[in-house]
Write a protein that binds this ligand. Structure first.
Ligand code: AMP
Length: 585
């Protein structure tokens, strides 16, 4: 078995790590950065860009650039580009393929296995979509683990002392808080809470709104009308936010931002930390309830916490750190890199699953990981009530059965509506799947006995089965949530990804060949000119003919449509010119 990589598939940035010499190391992206922007773009030439290169061109190609796809995981979001539909799983798979490629270059061997992290609040459908994305990318996903749990693993590696720890994870798009117990070789998640739609993106939006208002008031123009200018404003907003984590004020300079009445608009504004803190105060306040809930669910007081860990790039904001201090009465630990520790923990998990048994420092035992269900699971029963089968924060893997019956006399079918959420009424929870149990023996209401079993595996993936005890036969039913990709769709996406890999290679070869050919043509032209009459007439004629053939092919070739046959033809023409110019070029 090769190495297992740990992937933090983030809303804004993703990060990949591998254990080397018993230590998780971060794999740099091809850009040299330790994280890869979770951005995919399709250029007008038909090229697909992932990461930093996609981010850089977002300004000029906003309609064909996809970011924060993690927010859409598990939904029926579809994006149509050049007549092809892309689902969140497919877009995420493109990011995963890039991380896989970076890892393979770094490690020097093929990578097949991965552990991928998800926010603790991700429901079954979102987890399954993440697993599917891994499969589409050609990865064997050994385990899906919660991000805070993963961070705790990285933490557990560095510090072995038994204690209860809070992980406060505020990233680009999600907020998770977990209370974790680190024991002798065991890390147990006691409780999790959070908000799927809260993070640095929201802070950026506030600064962006402020900038738009300032530009309207001071420069008298509506920058929202200019798509490309808006992308620059958004980038500047994020940059300003980051700078304010280290300084008290920042200058936002945007020369030639847009045109107003035929004149260029040069923007120069100052934003202070105090102004910024005021703008985002209510957003930071929104982290308070989940923190309290997690502590209540874990049945502990803040004073019983050993440490509070900060995870996610947004925890670099001083006001966020201050809020954590206020809520917990503790000085949060910052000795763990907030952008990298989640991927590191996943790499540790991967290494542990591989049987390498990374040892928790000082304990001499393998790390054992106990994860929990982030939300309660129920089924809808008479009167639209959500009847709970598995409570929130139940340790995984788990299996739970309960006997149900019919509501009407001689009822032959029952519809089982599987729900996720904490609300007592079915309609207030999220329906994650429905199925019908058919062919029940006709009997008065309440007589048939139907055993419903919820089975949640170590990845948090749920399977529901039903057994008609009266008929004595078992029916196994799989949830077919609309949001999930069908097996056919997954196979199609895997197939597409593989096809794309081959097509990418052809384009890459063609691009290199076109460059080399153009270089040869330029050199040939120069040589022919400088040699003048020294060059034999017959040979000159041959060189000119070969140059002209190659030049025509190079000019005609379009990278988005290039075929293997065309590449072979160009290669042959190039070789012909190399032969006729041998010894002089
Ligand atoms: P993550 O999802 O953990 O990669 O966090 C990404 C988020 O952290 C983005 O919204 C970034 O803008 C934000 N971020 C990164 N560095 C800083 C910083 N120095 N100050 C404030 N926010 C930051």
């Amino acid at each position: 078995m090769g190495k297992v990589i740990g992937i933090d598939l983030g809303t804004t940035n993703s990060c990949v790590s591998v254990v080397e010499n018993d230590k998780p190391v971060i794999i740099p992206a091809s850009s040299g950065s330790m994280t890869t922007p979770s951005i995919v773009a399709f250029t007008k030439k038909g090229e697909r860009l992932v990461g930093e290169s996609a981010r850089r061109q977002a300004v000029t190609n906003p309609e064909r650039t996809i970011s924060s796809i993690k927010r859409q995981m598990g939904t029926d979001w579809v994006c149509r580009i050049d007549g092809k539909d892309y689902r969140p799983q497919t877009i995420s798979a493109m990011i995963l393929m890039q991380l896989k490629k970076d890892a393979e270059e770094f490690i020097g061997e093929t990578v097949n296995d991965a552990v991928i992290t998800v926010p603790a609040y991700f429901n079954d459908v979102q987890r399954q979509a993440t697993k599917d994305a891994g499969r589409i990318a050609g990865l064997n996903v050994l385990r899906i683990i919660n991000e805070p749990t993963s961070a705790a693993l990285a933490y557990g590696l560095n510090h072995g002392e038994p204690q209860k720890v809070m992980v406060y994870d505020l990233g680009g798009g999600t907020f998770d808080v977990s209370v974790i117990e680190i024991g002798e070789g065991v890390i147990e998640v006691l409780a999790t809470a959070g908000d799927n739609h809260l993070g640095g993106d929201d802070f950026d939006a506030r600064v962006t709104d402020w900038l738009v208002d300032q530009i309207r008031n001071q420069y008298h123009c509506d920058v929202r009308r200019d798509f490309a200018a808006m992308q620059r404003v958004r980038d500047a907003a994020e940059q300003a936010k980051k700078e304010l984590s280290a300084s008290q004020s920042t200058e936002i300079v945007l020369p030639y931002l847009t045109m107003e009445k035929g004149e260029p608009v040069h923007v120069d504004l100052t934003l202070t930390r105090a102004q910024f803190e005021k703008m985002i105060n209510d957003l930071i306040e929104r982290t308070a309830d989940p923190v309290r809930n997690a502590l209540n669910d874990a049945h502990i007081q803040p004073s019983q916490l050993g440490r509070v860990l900060l995870v996610g790039g947004s925890t670099r904001i001083p006001a966020v750190q201050e809020k954590v201090r206020l809520l917990t009465g503790k000085e949060p630990s910052k000795n763990i890199n907030p952008d990298e520790c989640v991927a590191q923990g996943a790499a540790i998990m991967g290494s542990t699953l591989q049987g390498k048994g990374l040892i928790a420092a000082g304990t001499g035992q393998e790390l054992l990981l106990l994860d929990v269900t982030p939300l309660s699971l129920s089924i809808e029963t008479v009167g639209g009530v959500a009847t709970r089968l598995v409570g929130r924060n139940t340790t995984l893997p788990t299996r739970y059965s309960r006997i149900f019956s019919t509501a009407a006399p001689f009822q032959r079918n029952v519809e089982i509506n599987v729900l996720q959420g904490e609300r007592p009424m079915a309609r207030d929870n999220k329906s994650i799947g429905k199925f019908k149990l058919k062919g029940i023996k006709p009997a008065p209401a309440g007589v048939p006995q139907i055993e419903v079993t919820f089975d949640i595996d170590a990845n948090g993936i749920l399977k529901v089965s039903a057994k008609d005890l009266d008929m004595g036969k078992e029916q196994s039913i799989t949830i077919t949530a609309n949001d999930r990709m069908s097996e056919d769709e997954i196979q199609q996406a895997i197939h597409d990804a593989q096809n794309y890999a081959a097509q990418d290679q052809v384009r890459l070869d063609a691009a290199e060949l076109l460059n080399e050919s153009q270089r040869l043509l330029n050199q040939t032209e120069q040589t022919v000119r400088s040699m003048g009459k020294q060059l034999d007439k017959q040979r000159k004629k041959q060189i000119k003919a070969d140059s002209s053939t190659l030049q025509k092919m190079v000019s005609k070739c379009r990278l988005d449509k290039v075929t293997e046959a065309e590449v072979a033809e160009i290669r042959a023409a190039k070789q012909k010119l190399e032969e006729s110019t041998a010894g002089i070029v």
